[in-house]
Design a protein around this ligand. Structure first.
Ligand code: NA7
Length: 550
């Protein structure tokens, strides 16, 4: 492997952008194979999503025993998750432990945003610039920049002059925020809003929730870790991890449903939904029947069940009706798990404001004004308004291939990637859990491990065969994008105005971004690619181009 040199004298084979869970594993794994690797991270420490999202109530919606690295079997046994679902502080503690345990920090540069990346054709290397003006060169570049890492604050007139404080859930102050006795507003009712609202409501003197779109949410049924369940899981950890790779969501323990919701009598169906509702968890609920995400009529049976639950929980029928989603099938926006969300609207100090009916017109020095002329005075506002998901982080980098193609041009009509791993026209550049890979539709840590291991195997193949450059064939990328879209179109997902299609960002092209054909099928396709000698990837060395599949 030819190595390249940074200005500070370090020779690199691979530069990784991002020290979230994927970047960390990529560093660990590639370093272990002998590659010279360095990670550049814009945050002050490891953790990515879990470093930035410190808002009250922030918790993973995948159970703790699943949401962890699978590569360290000893740690898997040693680590004790205190609750069924990990809180942000607990997950961050875990990620920090992994970084320390494997001495990863020595190869990570923190507080170092990558602002540009250009491929130098002649030198066959990527040239990256940092916010601090450093220049880094490396033969290969891995973008481990995350799917939900570019927070979005909507542009409101008057926000600059607002005299209170405002926060975004995805950029939360590290020393926390005490809302005790304050008049608070939360804008947005996705996962971040739904998780934080019950906690903020308990502190604030009054909480206004500004809701544009109601969302489906199920009780998480979080609680202390069940020690018997933990012991049983740990005894079987290997088998469960292996089984997880063979499931659509990268999570073991949910046998695929075999029946349609429409072939079951009403009472039996209600009983099944009740059971899943009591159990908690989104996969379990959406896996009640095989066609909940495929057939609108089937989906309606589950959606109506949850709508009734909202009516039963929220005492004021007018408020309940405003909280009930009608505009999208259940599960087509990420199904939220909550702890006491709908109950919060029974509190005297909580008011729901429907900003679909009367949108926010502007901020004022004291708060905000809605289009119906109402003024809301507030001491603090929380933007739980989400992210420029899946493409935002890469588009924020001046990324170009050195031959006139920028990422902004390439993705002007939406992202185009080959298996979410690489892109035509951008040689020697990888993405981990990029668009058109299962990414956010799978257990992200497992997805990152699978991508990293595929990349590592490919690098080894290149090294052993003397190749120094790869490029994705345009045809292969086009075919994958088409496949991705065809699969999405065969489901109900595209019916929702979700961040999966970029609908939350004004002007963003509407393209369904994650691969929803199932992690199991995706992994099989990746494995076959490797077994067949990487068809669709052009490999070359010293100017000589070979098709590895020949
Ligand atoms: P989400 O799920 O994108 O939710 C953002 C919320 O903010 C959602 O209710 C949006 O309404 C609302 N929003 C966005 N822009 C505006 C404006 N301009 N005005 C009013 N309301 C707005 O982000 P989260 O951080 O909650 O969760 C992201 C993911 O993190 C989640 O799916 C999990 O995977 C973890 P909309 O629905 O767009 O009408």
């Amino acid at each position: 492997m030819t190595s390249e040199q940074t200005l500070d004298g370090t020779e690199l084979d691979v530069v990784i952008v991002g020290a979230g869970v994927s970047g960390l594993y990529a560093l660990y794994h590639l370093r272990g194979l002998g590659y010279r690797v360095r990670v550049y991270e814009q945050g002050g420490d490891v953790g990515g999503t879990w470093y930035w999202n410190r808002y009250p109530g922030c918790r993973c919606d995948v159970e703790s025993l699943e949401y962890s690295f699978s590569f360290d079997e000893k740690l898997e046994q040693e680590w004790q998750w205190p609750e069924r679902y990990g809180t942000q502080p607990e997950i961050l503690r875990y990620v920090n432990h992994v970084a320390d345990r494997h001495n990863l920090r020595k190869d990570i540069v923190f507080n170092c945003p990558i602002t540009s990346a250009t491929f130098n054709e002649d030198a066959n290397q990527w040239v990256l610039s940092t916010g601090g003006g450093q220049r880094i060169t490396s033969r290969f570049c891995i973008m481990a920049t995350g799917n939900l890492s570019t927070p979005r604050v909507p542009e409101y007139e008057g926000l600059d002059a607002f005299q209170g404080k405002w926060y975004h859930t995805g950029q939360w102050p590290h020393d926390g925020v005490d809302f005790t006795g304050l008049r608070v507003g939360v804008i947005g009712t996705g996962s971040s809003g739904v998780q934080s609202i019950p906690i903020i409501a308990r502190q604030a003197s009054h909480l206004h929730v500004f809701q544009r779109t109601p969302q489906f949410s199920l009780p998480a049924r979080n609680g202390p870790m069940d020690s018997e369940k933990e012991a049983a899981h740990k005894v079987n950890y290997r088998a469960l991890r292996e089984a997880a790779f063979d499931t659509p969501f990268g999570i073991a323990g949910y046998p695929p449903p075999t029946r349609s919701a429409l072939e079951v009598p009403h009472d039996e169906r209600q009983a099944s939904y009740e059971e899943k509702w009591a159990e908690g968890g989104s996969i379990s609920f959406l896996y009640t029947y095989k066609d909940l995400l495929l057939n609108k009529e089937a989906n309606d049976t589950a959606a109506d069940f949850v709508r009734d639950k909202i009516r039963q929980t929220v005492k004021d029928p007018k408020v309940a009706e405003k909280l009930i989603p009608y505009d999208h099938p259940i599960g087509t926006k990420r199904l939220i798990l909550d702890s006491g969300y709908f109950e919060t609207y029974n509190r005297d100090n909580v008011t729901l404001v429907d900003i679909r009916e009367a949108p926010i017109e502007r901020f004022t020095p004291q708060g905000l004004r809605t289009a119906d002329g109402n003024d809301y005075e507030m001491d603090a506002v929380v933007f739980a308004t989400g992210f420029d998901a899946m493409t935002g982080a890469l588009r924020n980098i001046e990324l170009d291939n050195g031959a006139g193609l920028t990422i902004q041009d390439k993705w002007s009509n939406g992202p185009r990637c080959f298996m979410g791993l690489a892109m035509a026209g951008f040689p020697n550049l990888f993405m981990i859990t990029g668009p058109q890979s299962p990414s956010v539709k799978t257990q992200m840590i497992l997805g990152g491990e699978q991508h990293t291991e595929w990349i590592a195997e490919f690098l080894e193949y290149m090294r052993l065969n003397g190749f120094t450059r790869f490029n994705v064939e345009q045809q292969a990328e086009d075919a994958w994008v088409l496949h991705n879209n065809d699969i999405a179109d065969s489901t109900l997902y595209p019916l929702a105005n979700s961040w999966y299609v970029g609908a939350n960002v004004p002007g963003k092209p509407r393209v369904f971004m994650p691969y929803v054909g199932g992690f199991d099928h995706y992994k099989k396709a990746c494995d076959e690619l490797a077994q067949n000698g990487y068809p669709g990837l052009q490999l070359s060395s010293q100017g000589q181009t070979l098709d590895a599949a020949d």
